[in-house]
Design a protein around this ligand. Structure first.
Ligand SMILES: [Zn+2]
Length: 149
C-alpha cells in the first residue's frame, strides 16, 4: 500500500524502447486520445494526470546536457501516469514530430526514428551521446516552432 505518500516514481526502471513502439492500433488509439479532454482520458484508464508542480525544464537553463536530462527525468517522473499511452499522448500534444510519427504508424507509412523526450532515460541506458540528445531536442523544437507559423 502507499508508502511515503507523494514520492512519485522513485527508483523506477526505464521501460524498454524497442518493445514499446506503438503498432497501428495503439497509434490510432493514442491519436484518438488527443481529441479527448484529460477528464475523458482519465476515464479510459489513466486516472492520474495531474501536471508536475513545476515547469518543464528548459535546456537553455542548464549548463550541461546531463543536468538538463536529469531535470527532465525528474519532471517526467513528477507526472503521474507513466504508461506508454500517456507518455505518447503528452509528447504528441506538444510535439508535431511525435504526431507525425503516430500518423505514419497509424497509416502504415514508414517512420523516421525520432528521439522522444520521454525516451531519454532509455537513451541514457544505451549510451547515446547526451549532446546528440540535446541537439535533437533543440532541432525538433525549432522545427516545431517553424511549422507552427
Ligand atoms: Zn496512462
Amino acid at each position: 500500500m502507499p508508502r511515503g505518500g507523494k514520492r512519485k516514481g522513485a527508483g523506477r526502471k526505464p521501460v524498454e524502447a524497442e518493445a514499446k513502439a506503438p503498432n497501428k492500433e495503439r497509434a490510432s488509439a493514442i491519436l484518438a486520445g488527443l481529441s479527448l479532454t484529460d477528464e475523458q482520458w482519465k476515464k479510459q484508464g489513466h486516472p492520474d494526470q495531474e501536471p508536475p508542480p513545476f515547469e518543464e525544464p528548459n535546456p537553455k537553463r542548464y549548463s550541461t546536457p546531463q543536468d538538463f536530462i536529469q531535470a527532465h527525468m525528474d519532471w517526467e517522473l513528477a507526472k503521474r501516469c507513466q504508461c506508454e499511452d500517456c507518455l505518447w499522448r503528452r509528447d504528441a500534444q506538444s510535439d508535431r514530430g511525435a504526431r507525425e510519427y503516430l500518423w505514419n504508424r497509424r497509416d502504415g507509412h514508414s517512420v523516421r526514428n525520432i528521439n522522444h523526450i520521454h525516451d531519454k532515460p532509455i537513451d541514457l541506458n544505451v549510451n547515446v551521446s547526451m549532446a546528440d540528445v540535446i541537439r535533437d531536442i533543440r532541432t525538433r523544437k525549432q522545427e516545431y516552432e517553424r511549422n507552427r507559423k
